[in-house]
Each structure stands twice: as C-alpha cells, then as structure tokens.
Ligand binder design. Sequence first.
Ligand code: NAP
Ligand code: F7E
Length: 354
Amino acid sequence: MDATMNQKRALITGITGQDGSYLAGLLLNKGYDVHGLVRRSSSFNTGRIDAIYQDPHLAGVRLHLHYADLTDANSLSRLVRQIEPTEVYNLGAQSHVRVSFDQPIYTADASGVGALKLLEAVRDYRDHSGAPVRYYQASSSEMFGKVVEVPQTEKTPFYPRSPYGVAKVYAHWITVNYRESYGLHASCGILFNHESPRRGETFVTRKITRAVGRIHCGLQKKLYLGNLHAKRDWGFAGDYVEMMWRMLQQDQPDDYVVATGETHEVREFCEKAFARVGLDWRDFVEIDPRYLRPAEVDLLLGDPTKAKQKLGWEPTVTFDELVAMMVDADLELAQREKTLLDAGHSVTFKTSRD
Ligand code: NAP
Ligand code: F7E
C-alpha cells in the first residue's frame, strides 16, 4: 500500500455491526482512511454502512472493505500488513449473550481468541515495520456478571456468567498482557450496554422498540420476552464510540469503564417505550421462558469516574431520550413496512429467536 506518512488509517473489525458503523462515520468525519473487516455472508450484512459505502467520495477512496474473519489468523495478519493501520479497533465478536450458550466454542474462538489472533498480527506488523500502532479492545460489562460490588469500576473483579462473558474476560486480559509484555499501545473500553436505532433486533431494547412500532401500526399483536427484572446501565452507542477514539488518542494506554451511572429494569424500558405511542405495555408483553438464560446477569451499574476525569466522558443522551429515539425510528420503519404491505408488496419480518 502507498501509505502517506501522516495519514491516519484505522482498521475496524465488526464494521458491519452497530458500533462499527458509528465508529466508521466518526473516523471518516475526522479525516481518517477507514478499512473495515467484513466476513463473508450468504446474505447482505452491510446494511448499517451502506449509506457511507455508497457515497462516491468515500467508497474505495477513504472507506475500504476487506473480507477476513477473526477466527482466521492468516487473514488478519495479511490484512494488517496490507493496510498498515495507525489504529486498530477490535469490535468484531459473536456478541449475543444468550446465543453464546448455544455456541460456546465458536464464541470463545471469535470473541476471545480472535482478539489474540489480531494482537499477534498487530505485534508482528509493528515489530517488522517499526511503525507505531494503537489497539482498542471492545471489553464488556458482561465481564462483571454476578457483580461483586455496586457500582462497577475498572478495579471490580470479574465474575462472568456466560460463555460470552468468559470469552470477553480472556480477550480483555490478553490485551492487558500484550500491553505489559510487549509495550503495545493497547487499551480496553469496558463498555456498558449501549443502544441505538442501529442496535441488532435480537437485543432486548431494539426487540421492544421494533415491536412497539409494529404493534402501533397493526402489524404485530404481542411481544414475547424473558426476564423483565434484569437491570442494565443503558446509554447511546453514538456517545460510546467517541470514547473508543479518545482512548487511543491518550499518550498512555489504559482501561476505562464507560457507562451512564444509571440503571433501569427491562420492564421500565417496556413501560416507557409503549407509553411513547400511548399504549400500556401490560396489554402486549408476555413471558416466553425460551428467552430466559441458563445464568443471568441481574444488575449492571457502571461508575465512569475515570473516563470522566481522563477522557472528558459525558453522555449526551438520557435514558428517556434513548427510548424515545429508538421508538421514533422504529415507528417510521413500521410505517414504511405498512405502506409497502398496503400496496401489495411482501415484507419479511423475522420474529426474534433470541
Ligand atoms: P454487533 O452489532 O453484534 O456487531 C458485531 C460485529 O462483529 C458485526 O460486524 C459482525 O459481523 C462481526 N463479527 C461477528 N463474528 C465475526 C467473526 N468471526 N469475524 C469477524 N467479524 C465478526 O455488536 P456491537 O453492539 O456493535 O458491539 C461491538 C463490540 O462491542 C462487540 O465486540 C461487542 O461484544 C462489544 N460490546 C458491545 C456492547 C453493547 O452494548 N453494544 C457493550 C460492550 C461490549 P456480521 O455483521 O457479519 O454479523
Ligand atoms: O439483554 C433480558 C436479558 O440481549 C439485556 C450485548 O451487547 O450488552 C449486551 O448483552 C437483558 C438481559 O443484552 C429478553 O435476559 C429479557 O438480562 O439486550 P440483551 P445483554 O445480554 O446485556 C453487553 C454489555 C454486551 O457486551 C453484549 O455484547 O434483557 N431480556 N427478555 C432479554 N434479552 C433478549 N435479548 N431478548 C429477550 O427477549
């Protein structure tokens, strides 16, 4: 690659996911060349980045997509050597907690050892080229699991409750180890739940807001959920990706909790989401035990003091605003679906299995 010395080049794994799409937009706005790792799929998986990918000023000019996979170490090494990134953001993962009970080994491979494979690729590239490169690891509040203290800070011991949580603990500690062993500028963002209209439809917030939109438009009758009493510290994804970038702009690599410092029950999310369209959630929500998990994380509440002090962290979207933003977006989506259906077109809606 004809690399211009001063040009910042980011490699993002998971660019097709919620966070990857927001981060790609953020970095492009900051003038970066952005390279995204995309895994081969038999159906389209680039919906969240289509808008920027189809922009002729970006596609193939400042935004590049490459096929590779976190489970395939060779593809990662080749990609890192070819791209010569200045910053690597490892956001790729099998990120669904309940699914991780069905696919524990794949989850360990992609979400856990995948980080090691990428770190190895980055270390080799740095050692051979001498080029400085910074690395971000998407750590998760799921590592706190059955929490041993409230609120959770960077010093709270981990007690993961799912194969996903365990895989993330491995990825977290191997990142810390590469920082301490090889002097890699590698940072972990211990991010608490963050949501948006781009959230995957099998995560609870989006599952709820999608159902609210469809129920309001007469396209769905009921919403089936699992544990309504779990508590989460929910923020807006757009705010959280900015913190990923800020972590890599620090002189010293470090680990940070990013959270709002507020926690809410799933039930409360339901209540506010249905109320946004004038409905009572109790008329529509039913419990389906298939959505319960073999082991649950009951309560997450983050203490983001360190991120506030060192990164200038301040969430810009409140819980109520987040619910409203997601419901409004999904109402528009449901209205478009209804218009298509009324015009005789077919619309495929898949009920979440997770
Ligand atoms: P997401 O929407 O589920 O996106 C996951 C991304 O990883 C997708 O681009 C997916 O590709 C990709 N991916 C999955 N398996 C892969 C593999 N084997 N090789 C390469 N790429 C693979 O997740 P997100 O919400 O954006 O989260 C981003 C990261 O932050 C994840 O690591 C997640 O575990 C972590 N995290 C998320 C939260 C949160 O609340 N959102 C909180 C803490 C940590 P496809 O599009 O092809 O599926
Ligand atoms: O579940 C309960 C469920 O799947 C939240 C991932 O991004 O954040 C996410 O993991 C809560 C749980 O997110 C349903 O039991 C009830 O207690 O939206 P979720 P999660 O498991 O917290 C962390 C930080 C990550 O790192 C992960 O990658 O909601 N719940 N009923 C339900 N959850 C789902 N999915 N579906 C239900 O029907």
